[in-house]
Design a protein around this ligand. Sequence first.
Ligand code: 1GP
Length: 247
Amino acid sequence: MNRVYESMLKMADAKGAGYVVLLDPDKYSASELADQAEMISTYADLIFVGGSLCVRHDFGEAVRSIKAASSVPVVIFPGDATQVSSHADALLFLSLVSSRNPDLLIGEHVKAAPVIHRHGLEVIPVAYMLVESGQTTSVQFMSQSLAIPRGKPEIAMAHALAGQYLGMKLVFLEAGSGADRHVPVEMVQAVSDYVSIPVIVGGGIKTPDDANRIARAGASFVVTGDVIEKSGNAETLKGFTAAVHSA
Ligand code: 1GP
């Protein structure tokens, strides 16, 4: 029942780091979603699906069309407890460990758990951490939580280790979609060196060079969303994939 997680571990091992593209259903029409998923899955190792809100589509329907067009695993990266679908291969069970908001630490999870169980979805528990990016991102506003200061890697390290001790399988360092500044490379390095579970880094990664430096600092997975939405074409994807895998 850990099929996707096991394949992520093997992927990170074999390639040094995996390249993930986030598809936020609200950014596309129904037909664009399928086209994007098909193109992305030619280059990326994984597709994450989710967003702070899902106002344009029925979430389950969006996941179904992405999955039908994709040749790589499709993993839900949920904005809230309503973003669950049996069409995905797995779901990131995110606990926002950087917050002190009980709803985001356990409350949404209680609402989602019976639905996930009914769907028989693979669940991957994740220590999700919001890192200061210099602006108010959607995730920061929606979670109404404080981000970890950029210059305090030791705070990020302690949160990541606490997540690991609680049994979480991944750490996710998040600057927020469209952030001006991605998570500092020094913080990625410090957290990756400190914990023994894989580290995912996303938010504000705009160039293949950024992605390469983050992977070289120890990230097991690098996520981009915004840059593919804005300039999304096969060449951009190819550049990011090569940069992450060559790290
Ligand atoms: C957001 O980490 C993801 O949750 C991706 O961020 O859209 O800025 O690439 P971007």
